[in-house]
Design a protein around this ligand. Structure first.
Ligand code: 0O2
Length: 213
C-alpha cells in the first residue's frame, strides 16, 4: 500500500474508534462496580487501580505490518485484539483469578481468548492474565460487539513488566543476553515476593478472624 492509502484507511478507522472508546468505558465500569461491591461485602479491595488506553494509530499500523497483514479497516478489526486495552492491577495473585471469574461469568461478555501467563510464564519471566472479550455497544440503530483486551496482574508483576517493556523497546527487541538474564532473575524475585506477601496477608487475616474482627 502507498502511504496515502494508509492515511485513508486510518481516516476510515477513526469512524469506528468511538466503539473502542465506548468498550473501554463499559469494561472499566463493570470492574469498578465489582470492586465497590467486593469492598462492601468483604471490607477489602481486590483492585488496586485500573488503567486503560486506546492503541495509537501508529502502533496499530505497526502491529498489522508485523503480522504481515494488509492495512485495511477490516484487518484492523480482525487482527488487532488490543485496540481497547484495560489493565487491572491487584494486590495479590488470588485476586486476579477472582476478577477473571467475575468478568467471564457476566451474560453480556463473550470471551474470545484467555492466556494465563501466571500458570505458564513467558520464557523472559513475564507473568499476567490476559483476556480478550467482546462487549456489546448499543448505538442509535444497532448493537456492535466490540473487542477489549484485559490484562490483569499484581502490583509487583506490573512493576516488572513496565521496566521490561521499556528495555525491550530501547533495544528494539535485541536486548543483550546478560540483561535478559537479570530481568529473568527479577521476574523470579517478583514471583517470590508475591507469594511471601500473600502468605503474610493470609496470616494477618486468620489472626483477625480469630479475634472476631
Ligand atoms: P504493547 O506495546 O504493550 O501494545 P497479539 O496481541 O495476540 O497479536 P500476542 O503476543 O499473542 O499478540 O499477545 P499477548 O501475548 O497476549 O500480548 C499482548 C500484550 O501483552 C502486549 O501487547 C503487551 O502489552 C503485553 N505483553 C505480552 N508479553 C509481554 C512481555 O514479555 N513483556 C511485557 N512487558 N509485556 C508483554 P503488544 O502489542 O505486544 O505491546
Amino acid at each position: 500500500l502507498e502511504l496515502p492509502d494508509v492515511q485513508d484507511v486510518m481516516l476510515e478507522y477513526r469512524k469506528i474508534k468511538l466503539l473502542y472508546r465506548s468498550a473501554l468505558k463499559e469494561i472499566r465500569t463493570k470492574l469498578e462496580i465489582l470492586n465497590d461491591e467486593f469492598r462492601l461485602v468483604h471490607q477489602y479491595n481486590p483492585i488496586e487501580h485500573i488503567e486503560s488506553r486506546l492503541k495509537t494509530d501508529e502502533s496499530i499500523t505497526r502491529k498489522l505490518m508485523r503480522k504481515g497483514k494488509e492495512i485495511t479497516v477490516e484487518n484492523i478489526q480482525k487482527y488487532i485484539d488490543d485496540i481497547a486495552g484495560v489493565r487491572v492491577i491487584c494486590s495479590f495473585t488470588p485476586d486476579i483469578y477472582r476478577i477473571v471469574d467475575m468478568i467471564v461469568s457476566q451474560d453480556d461478555i463473550e470471551v474470545l481468548k484467555t492466556k494465563d501467563y501466571m500458570l505458564n510464564p513467558k520464557i523472559n519471566g513475564y507473568r499476567s492474565y490476559h483476556l480478550i472479550v467482546r462487549v456489546p455497544i448499543f448505538l442509535s440503530d444497532k448493537v456492535v460487539r466490540t473487542k477489549v483486551e484485559i490484562q490483569i496482574r499484581t502490583v509487583a508483576m506490573d512493576f516488572w513488566a513496565s521496566l521490561e517493556h521499556k528495555i525491550y523497546y530501547k533495544y528494539e527487541g535485541n536486548t543483550p543476553e546478560y540483561i535478559k538474564q537479570e530481568l529473568k532473575e527479577c521476574a523470579d524475585l517478583v514471583a517470590f515476593l508475591d507469594s511471601k506477601m500473600l502468605a503474610i496477608n493470609e496470616e494477618v487475616r486468620s489472626i483477625r478472624k480469630e479475634n472476631g474482627e
